[in-house]
Design a protein around this ligand. Structure first.
Ligand code: MG
Length: 395
């Protein structure tokens, strides 16, 4: 109780300080049952100042497989268009090796659409700085055209915390203010995972992780819909892909070195933020998928019956399946019957195969993935013994 009182008192004190600067109450949507702050709430603490790392040209380079969206040359300008229904050439310009916003010309968007990605963006605020709060060096990086990683000159400029540079605008302030001075280049690295809805139901929450000049400022922040100005984000259907948009907020912000790498589809482990055990339901689903993949691979091995049998047997470690187990037992019996027909000299040529088969079935039986009652196992053992191969095993 005391702790809660202290927290409230501290928040009020902070609020008084911040309100004195510029904030207006009764602006964004109010607090609710799961959000203690209003949208654009000046009582929300300002991100603490953290010194950025020095500019790292090596880390800024697009890695292999990256799609370069802007390298500061006219050539990449063709990858962008005006953010209007009809598209068309943007009025933003290339100047001194940077892609520069022309105020009042409108947002720009990439012609290409993409979803989950690792994105690198560099931006630089106008200098000398002009304006206050949201009016100073404002632009925005809109992932899939929907959710904004805020671009704002907050080097020496307070604003509401959920609209700070590197905030997920209207959703979450950055953990820190690691900005360089206006006019210098800010390096922003984003990992973006869109929310996935299937049949209207959320199956994978969306996340964003953001580094500002090498400092972690969003740590796998869960997305709540698209976010937005004054309105609380509401979860809801999300497109599969969308363009990257840059905002025209009336300031000539500059951009350069924009590239992305598409990320592979997510697993349950990505959503849980773990690399260890998965939830049981997700594990069962993945095992079922793996078993189906292995059986499909087995189906392609019609001309190699031994390999086909072992592949089918392999599928049993993922999912117990009576029909497959019976099929494998029948194949195993046929394989051993074939061995029994061979003269001793020819049988010797099969030694390596036999050992491989025995080892595979011993594994399956040990881990209870296959019945020890399949008669082929005992018959195979008889062959091994008769050939003296079991003695070799003990060496
Ligand atoms: Mg903005």
């Amino acid at each position: 109780m005391k702790k809660q009182f202290t927290f409230v008192a501290a928040a009020l004190l902070l609020g008084v300080t911040a309100q004195a600067n510029t904030g207006s109450a009764f602006y964004g949507d109010p607090p609710d049952a799961t959000h203690p702050w209003a949208i654009h709430d000046w009582n929300r603490p300002q991100p603490p100042r953290v010194e950025p790392l020095p500019y790292d040209a090596e880390k800024a380079k697009p890695p292999a497989g990256a799609v370069v969206l802007c390298d500061g040359t006219e050539a990449t300008l063709a990858k962008w268009e005006c953010d209007k229904p009809e598209g068309g050439a943007t009025k933003w310009i290339i100047k001194d090796g940077a892609f520069q916003c022309v105020p009042k010309s409108g947002y720009v968007r990439t012609k290409e659409k993409f979803g989950d990605c690792q994105l690198h963006v560099e931006w630089s605020a106008p200098t000398p700085p002009q304006g206050e709060s949201q009016g100073r060096g404002n632009s925005g990086i809109f992932l899939m055209g929907a959710v904004e990683c805020q671009v704002l000159d907050n080097y020496d400029n307070e604003t509401y915390a959920d609209g700070f540079a590197c905030s997920i605008y209207g959703i979450r302030p950055p953990l820190a203010n690691a900005l360089r001075k206006p006019g210098e280049w800010q390096q922003i690295d984003i990992t973006f995972r869109r929310p996935v809805y299937e049949g209207g139901k959320l199956t994978h929450p969306g996340f964003m992780t953001v580094y500002c000049n090498g400092v972690l400022v969003q740590n796998k922040t869960q997305l709540e819909g698209t976010g937005g100005h004054r309105a609380r984000a509401k979860p809801g259907p999300y497109p599969d892909v969308g363009p990257l948009k840059l905002q025209d907020h009336g300031n000539p912000v500059r951009f350069r070195n924009i590239w992305y790498v598409a990320l592979p589809a997510r697993t349950a482990a990505d959503d849980e933020g773990i690399s260890g055990p998965l939830p049981e339901e997700a594990t069962a689903a993945q095992r079922k998928e793996l078993a189906a993949q292995v059986r499909a691979a087995a189906a392609q091995l019609g001309d190699k019956p031994l390999d086909q049998m072992l592949r089918l047997a392999e599928s049993l470690i993922y999912v117990a399946d009576d029909a497959t187990a019976k099929d494998v037992c029948a194949r195993f019996c046929a394989y051993v019957a074939g061995l029994q027909q061979l003269p001793k000299a020819k049988l010797n040529d099969k030694k390596d195969d036999v050992k491989r088969v025995r080892s595979a079935f011993d594994y399956l039986i040990k881990f209870k993935c296959f019945t020890p009652d399949c008669p082929a196992r005992a018959d195979l053992e008889k062959i091994v013994k008769a050939q003296g191969w079991d003695k070799e095993k003990k060496k």
